[in-house]
Ligand binder design. Structure first.
Ligand SMILES: [Zn+2]
Ligand SMILES: [Zn+2]
Ligand SMILES: [Zn+2]
Length: 353
């Protein structure tokens, strides 16, 4: 059982009482799902062994995207989908950060703010690419709402293969390995377009003061699959893994994190209820996609990607990724060690409301 869920279960009553005014609907839904995950309140999956006729039933997991018990599976599935899109080229990561003064918008209008951020990031990058390369680019955007200390700190990471597709001539152009875009120029446009988008929106307002300089970080992350897999794992994981919780008792929780400047592992200790809020404040609004693929990496561009992968087929030490079947869930019989088969979900109508 996840220790985060244990803590939540143990302190649920006090937490709901203390943070009542700050808990929006998605956070309440997440709490419900997490507390039900793999418990007798869930439907059960029945497994049978054809060899010795042994049968077992296991409660289903909740599948909620913020559940520490279900996170691993969604990460694996996402990574497998992304592997199909790999290209033999250098990758860059571009990070667009929102200044401190605007973070308050994430507290009260998260959906509008995050959607605006996605739109603007995509527009900025496509604009730069159109001016510099006059060809199509592809990129994956991932929204993070926290910094390493897990405070509210919304930013969007973009993973981008360094190469451009010219559809007119069916040609692939290898980008420069050391340089993608000028990050100061990106930051200027990011700021201007975000301010304009917020100003235009009727339901969010700019704070009275905000800085003149915003930050965009652009860095090279390496070549091909290794860089991409490392990055995807880092980007796609949940807010806090159970492994990072180093100590907890009745009153406090201590978790570890790596400080970005010094790269040292340090710890942060908080009272339990504050800790629960620190993590749960990052529950995203319902229906908001946290990861988006654009350009030649978008979901419905598989034909275009194949065309690009064929153009790159002769790249040294590279093989076009093969389509993998979705791995089947496997369970081994505890009595005879033969594989068991899944017989389906039971107790479907006895679920408590
Ligand atoms: Zn068996
Ligand atoms: Zn779960
Ligand atoms: Zn991040």
């Amino acid at each position: 059982m996840s220790c985060f869920i244990e803590l939540l279960r143990h302190h649920e009553h006090d937490f709901l009482h203390q943070y009542e005014s700050q808990l929006n609907h998605p956070i309440r839904q997440a709490i419900k799902a997490l507390l039900r995950c793999r418990t007798s309140e869930q439907h059960k999956m029945s497994w049978g062994c054809a060899h010795c006729h042994h049968q077992v039933q296991h409660p289903l997991s909740c599948g909620h995207r913020h559940c520490p018990q279900c996170q691993h599976q969604t990460t694996t599935q996402w990574l497998q989908r992304q592997e199909q899109k790999l290209l033999p080229c250098h990758y860059f990561m571009v990070t667009f950060t929102l200044p401190f003064e605007l973070r308050v918008l994430a507290r009260y209008q998260p959906k509008i703010l995050y959607q605006t951020m996605f739109k603007v990031v995509s527009k900025v990058l496509k604009g730069f690419a159109a001016r510099q390369f006059k060809a199509e680019i592809g990129f994956t955007m991932v929204l993070h709402t926290h910094n390493r200390r897990r405070d509210l700190h919304p930013h969007i990471h973009v993973i981008m293969p360094c190469g451009y597709y010219d559809a007119h001539n069916n040609q692939w152009h290898k980008g420069r390995q050391q340089y993608l875009f000028n990050e100061f120029a990106l930051a200027k446009v990011w700021r201007a377009q975000m301010l304009e988008a917020i100003n235009r929106h009727t339901r969010i307002n700019l704070p009275a003061k905000y800085p003149k300089k915003w930050v965009v970080d652009c860095r090279k992350v390496g070549f091909g699959d290794k860089a991409y897999q490392y990055l995807s794992r880092y980007l796609y994981r949940g807010v806090l893994s159970d492994n990072d919780i180093v100590h907890y008792d009745e009153n406090t929780v201590t978790f570890k994190y790596q400080e970005s400047k010094t790269k040292q592992t340090v710890t942060r200790t908080l009272p339990v209820l504050k800790f629960l809020w620190l993590i749960l404040q990052h529950v995203l609004p319902k229906g908001l996609q946290r990861v988006r693929d654009c350009g030649y990496l978008r979901g419905n561009a598989s034909k275009l990607r194949q065309r690009i992968q064929i153009l790159l087929i002769n790249t040294k030490n590279w093989k076009k990724p093969k389509k993998k079947d979705k791995p089947k869930a496997i369970r081994i019989c505890p009595c005879c060690q033969h594989p068991m088969h899944c017989e389906g979900v039971i107790n479907f109508f006895s679920r408590p409301s």
